[in-house]
Design a protein around this ligand. Structure first.
Ligand SMILES: [Zn+2]
Length: 261
């Protein structure tokens, strides 16, 4: 299985070693290690070099980190993607541009007017570099999906999806993916019902480590190995067997992240 979204940039070398080993033991052999800024992108890329079998990178500037960006941040991001100014192709360790997006619910985030241009510029980079976009969106998922469509984004995943049926429909209609986190294991989550409307060909799963640990680990820091709890619960809710779900997820992961296996 692939954990399509985890943040490992603040783990020490020893912690990273144990996190990756635990994940592999649990059957989670690939982890998309996701940055939120230029600074964390550099750490993520370095971590991927240390675990070339198991780690892939998503690099980008999250909506939370869009304040006070230095001029030229977009060229710096592009340079990090290619590895060097003269490189002609993107190295295999790069899986996506992300996480990027629009958050309309959290007052701690910069204003939408600040988030939007950074989101749009990074979608353009995703299109030119032919990479999928990993999108964080809360409350305005539909608008985010429409922006992706208007810019010509072919591949996008709405990570840690918590939107409603309307947003889901817009995302799926545009051929984009929904990624479900451990939130689905929480008793009161609306996702427990909504999951039945997600076409299986548009479904991915993730931990969003270190946040949102699934039951029975809720309250502890999350780890990619806990992805198995989320997979088991989704299989149960969809009334399909787990190997069948895992096979579908693997196919979807390979379809959106062409470099991953
Ligand atoms: Zn995240």
């Amino acid at each position: 299985m692939t954990d399509t979204h985890a943040h490992l940039y603040d783990r020490s070398a020893d912690e990273l070693q144990s996190i990756v080993a635990d994940a592999v033991n649990a059957g989670v052999d690939t982890i998309i290690n996701t940055a939120v800024s230029i600074q964390t992108a550099k750490i993520v890329l370095d971590q991927c070099d240390r675990f070339p079998q198991n780690l892939r990178a998503a690099i980008g500037i999250s909506p939370f980190d869009t304040n006070n960006l230095e001029d030229g941040w977009d060229s710096e991001l592009t340079e990090l993607l290619y590895g060097s100014p003269s490189a002609q192709s993107i190295p295999q360790k790069i899986a996506a541009i992300g996480e990027i997006g629009l958050d309309g619910t959290n007052p701690a985030y910069p204003a939408i007017d600040v988030q939007a241009p950074v989101f749009i510029r990074q979608l353009e980079i995703a299109v030119t570099s032919n990479l999928p976009a990993v999108i964080h969106s809360r409350g305005i998922e539909k608008r985010a999906a429409e922006i992706c469509r208007d810019i010509g984004v072919k591949k996008a995943v709405f990570h840690c999806f918590t939107g409603d049926a309307d947003a889901l429909e817009c995302i799926v209609d545009n051929g984009y993916y929904i990624s479900i986190s451990g939130i689905i294991t929480y008793k009161n989550s609306h996702l427990r019902e909504l999951i039945k409307s997600v076409p299986i060909d548009n479904l991915l799963i993730e931990t969003d480590t270190p946040y949102l640990s699934p039951v029975p680990h809720r309250g502890k820091p999350n780890r990619p190995s806990f992805l198995t709890c989320t997979a088991a619960e989704i299989a149960r809710l969809l009334d399909i067997n787990e190997p069948e779900l895992i096979a579908a997820l693997k196919k979807n992961t390979a379809a959106i992240f062409p470099n991953i296996y």
